[in-house]
Design a protein around this ligand. Structure first.
Ligand code: IMP
Ligand code: MG
Length: 186
């Protein structure tokens, strides 16, 4: 079997740093929503599943979770700019306080599209929480309320983030060796 740990070049954000920062975000969110009985954490699949599960378990207040699947890059490491909804939410969000939970904002196209799509459904409020942000790659401006870490322009894996569907289970954020991407066309 393939050893995915052997594909790691270096760890960019270790487990301790991730957990500490997610606890801070959970505290911040709980404080901001303390006057609201309703809170729906909307996980953007697939990449958001680990940050959602850690963030959710670090909160003590009641909240619901729901899931939305959006298209990924496939075997590319850059966005096509086109976003597709692969799986929609289970329930309507009209009148609800919705917090989108994403793994990473890169060009901004995914969250921009999601935000516009969800705003059209008339939620009471709609905010964005993303674990990672690559500011140098932004193509469209998206208002992010809760941000874990700014990172440099590197393709990262782990903690929900994949390359070609692999590496999501690494418990930290890592940069993979160039050999992993060697077959990609320039
Ligand atoms: P955007 O539409 O360019 O902002 O890209 C957002 C989506 O692309 C994220 O939800 C991720 O699924 C994926 N993505 C962007 N950068 C990376 C990366 O460095 N590693 C893995 N996936 C990434
Ligand atoms: Mg994603």
């Amino acid at each position: 079997m393939r050893d995915i740990y052997a594909d790691i070049d270096y760890v960019l954000i270790d487990e301790d740093k991730l957990q500490t920062r997610i606890q801070e975000l959970a505290d911040e969110i709980e404080a901001d929503y303390q006057d609201k009985d309703d809170l729906l954490l909307l996980c953007v699949l697939k990449g958001g599943y680990i940050v959602l599960s850690d963030l959710s378990r670090k909160m003590k207040r009641p909240h619901e979770v729901d899931f939305m699947g959006v298209s990924s890059y496939g075997k590319e490491t850059k966005t096509s700019g086109e976003v597709q909804i692969l799986m929609d939410l289970k329930s309507p969000i009209a009148g609800r306080h919705v917090l989108i939970v994403e793994d990473i904002i890169d060009s901004g196209h995914t969250l921009n599209y999601l935000r516009r799509t969800l705003l059209a459904r008339n939620p009471a409020s709609l905010e964005i929480c993303t674990l990672l942000n690559k500011p140098s790659r932004r193509e469209v401006d998206v208002p992010v309320k809760y941000l874990g870490f700014d990172i440099p322009d590197e393709f990262v894996c782990g903690y929900g983030l994949d390359f070609d569907e692999i590496y999501r289970n690494l418990p930290f954020i890592a940069v993979m060796k160039p050999t992993v991407f060697a077959h990609l066309k320039k």
